[in-house]
Design a protein around this ligand. Sequence first.
Ligand code: CA
Length: 236
Amino acid sequence: MSKILVVEDEKNILELVRFNLEREGYEVISTTDGACGLEMVREELPDLIILDVMLPGMNGLEVCRELQQDSATRFIPVIILSARAEELDRVLGLEMGADDYIVKPFSPRELVARVKARLRRSVLIEIRDEEKLAGRVLEIGRLVIDEEKYAVYLSGVKQDLTQKEFELLCYLARRRGKVFTREQLLAQVWGYDNPVDSRTVDVHIRHIRQKLEPEPGVCELIETVRGVGYRFKEDT
Ligand code: CA
């Protein structure tokens, strides 16, 4: 049974979420305070977090950022709850490592569907499945990707990638030579069926390049395919 942490200060929304998730058989733990939510994540290590943006103590985006910086919590999927007026927060949340967002008001059915989809797509599960098909350590030239340890090495030196950068790199590296559009990458790596902003992909690719391609302008790993998208070079 999956354990879900809900961090929401509006009691009626919290109860609505709790009721619907419990009815689906999930174990629900909750808090109305951001800082307390962060503490609970670290203590309880839930399988998924539903996080409101506007919270007392510490706002949802700050919580997201903190989770992202901790190797014990960075791979826990986060679904952001956001009011319509907080559109900027949604984009920021995704940049800070959230996996999905739901706009208030939302239907309980939509929420449950998103939670199910997110748990199904959980990176950990996906990578475990892929490990059955392939080796756990991917060696490409000077680059070594250890999926079990979520570590990337360049010429033997460990590189510090964020969760999404790591997932994007793995996804492309496992499918070397194949071109993907930004929309495909958003769907596969972020799990979006309706992509909001494909520039998110560009930002992440740029960060990966900065970290793994030390010579500016010299493409070593990920090629931009003009008018289409990106591809991991076949012969590195
Ligand atoms: Ca709130």
